[in-house]
Design a protein around this ligand. Structure first.
Ligand code: ATP
Ligand code: MG
Length: 473
């Protein structure tokens, strides 16, 4: 009983401490600091912290760069650590957590169950599938103190299949089984480059499916592909699903999800006539016509953001991942595996949506949805500063979905123009400014929708109304 009471008390204390946390900020932000306010001046965001100089804009000397890498470095979203490895700074992490939420929703909607597998994988598993040799230098290999050999997981077909096998036969009633994880993957890429587009350490969502038959596995394959389509549609990204090579993973059927972009490292052939589209790797060299309708094929470049495989029994037969049939006989499961490049999707969407000097995010993923810019210190509009604070404080009440999503750019020593430039550079979807019309009898705020380029002037209630339609995740 005492123990229970103590536990209850400490739970309450933790809750109390958590509530206190935002308050700590108020002592630091001068003037605008109030509990719970998110102040731009307090963000750990190198571009803000050091206003006078831009950080590693071009990356390492002589390094090939691309738009997303330049923009992310310049805005202080990522910071280089070693080739292909980055610090993900707070804005990036917020966007990534949102992407993870969207992915979780989509995977759960098709019955996916999330787990987490070790990154440290024993060589034994990889030797059994013969990929220990096949993967060559791409595997990060290491030894433990007992000379046991390991690799850092670049993907987890072996591990998940061994897991299923080691639990004994599944019942046919438990299938299809869709397991997935979102974890760091490690690949010693020959050419790590383009920031988060091709890292040596990156986040991937990998799903593995187990079915009773080829027919059922193909159906699961289609279901997961549809979930991927739905995901990219929700993110507002235009994508193509192309026929793909099965590479070192193996299997019988495979597709890639590609975002068309000049910087893309994949070459795609798309038919102008029918729905045929394929990675060049799968088409006979020199073929210029679509194999389905003989229409003309046009070539574009793409960034591979997802890859799906129907594996058949390639891994399940090696590891004996089986299930019991209704007749209580053991049978080998039919598998599929489905990758999504989580960090690559972040960078690729910045790559395709941004302008040369301003980041644009898929609306759902923007690190913060709204940035409010109060008047400059000493300006005529400063007398309306209270209205801006009230707007900020009222917004969370009026639009609960935006709680924790609204920044206040309290750097009032800077002109509105300078702060707007920063807001544009970081790509907050909505920027609310207290400009000249804030002094009218009926004060109006200026709302800039950065994704559409549209600007509207609205009263306080108008702003609440307008922002109540913002989609969050
Ligand atoms: P690529 O051809 O670009 O090297 P892959 O075909 O080797 O990729 P998969 O094994 O299919 O990659 O991995 C699943 C997904 O993980 C890919 O579709 C991609 O989005 C992402 N991914 C793969 N390699 C990297 C990397 N080095 N950095 C970031 N994301 C990656
Ligand atoms: Mg691939």
């Amino acid at each position: 009983m005492m123990e229970m009471l103590l536990r209850q008390c400490s739970k309450e204390f933790l809750h109390f401490a958590a509530c206190l946390q935002p308050c700590r900020l108020q002592h630091c932000g001068q003037g605008h600091g109030r509990p719970g306010r998110l102040l731009v001046s307090r963000l750990f965001q190198p571009a803000n912290l050091r206003e006078d100089r831009e950080l590693g804009v071009e990356g390492r000397q002589g390094e090939l760069t691309c738009r997303s890498q330049r923009l992310m470095l310049r805005a202080g979203l990522i910071h280089p650590a070693s080739p292909g490895c980055y610090y993900y700074l707070p804005h990036t992490l917020r966007a990534m957590e949102k992407l993870v939420r969207v992915i979780d929703q989509e995977m759960r909607a098709i019955g996916g169950q999330k787990l987490n597998m070790p990154s440290l994988c024993t060589a034994d598993l990889w030797k059994r599938s013969e990929r220990w040799d096949l993967m060559g230098k791409e595997l990060f290999r290491l030894q433990d103190r007992h000379n046991g050999e390991y690799c850092l997981g670049p993907t987890h077909e072996e591990a998940v299949t061994e897991l299923i096998a080691s639990l004994g036969s599944l019942s046919y009633r438990q299938l299809p089984l869709l397991l997935y994880q979102i974890t760091r993957k490690f690949r010693d890429e020959p050419k790590p480059r383009f920031g988060l587009l091709r890292g040596r350490e990156f986040y991937m969502k990998d799903m593995y499916t187990f079915d009773v038959s080829e027919e059922a596995a193909r159906q699961t394959y289609d279901t997961v592909c549809q979930a991927y389509c739905h995901l990219f549609e929700r993110l507002g990204l235009s994508f193509v699903k192309v026929r793909a090579d099965t590479g070192s993973i193996g299997g019988k059927l495979s597709h890639e999800f590609q975002l068309p972009a000049d910087i893309g490292e994949d070459r795609l052939l798309i038919c102008a006539n029918c729905s045929f589209s394929a990675n060049v790797e799968t088409v006979q060299a020199g073929e210029a016509d679509c194999p389905v309708c003989r229409g003309k094929l046009t070539e574009t470049k793409g960034i591979e953001v997802g890859h799906t495989f129907y594996l058949g029994t390639k891994y399940s037969s090696i590891f004996s991942a089986s299930y019991n049939t209704p007749q209580n006989k053991p049978a080998v499961t039919e598998m599929g595996c489905f990758g999504l490049g989580v960090t690559r999707i972040l960078a690729a969407s910045i790559e395709v949506l941004s302008t040369e000097d301003s980041i644009r995010w898929p609306g759902l993923l923007a690190p913060y949805q709204v940035c409010i810019v109060p008047p400059k210190k000493g300006s005529k509009e400063e007398e309306a500063a209270g209205l801006v604070d009230a707007l900020y404080d009222g917004l969370g009440e009026a639009v609960p979905a935006l709680r924790g999503e609204v920044l206040l750019d309290d750097r009032t020593q800077l002109t509105i123009g300078k702060r707007l430039k920063d807001a544009s550079r970081l790509g907050y979807p909505y920027v609310v400014v207290a400009g000249r019309r804030i002094l009218e009898d009926q004060p109006h705020f200026e709302v800039c929708c950065q994704n559409t380029g549209e600007t509207v002037f609205l009263t306080r209630e108008g702003v609440f109304d307008f922002l109540s339609n913002v989609q969050t995740v």
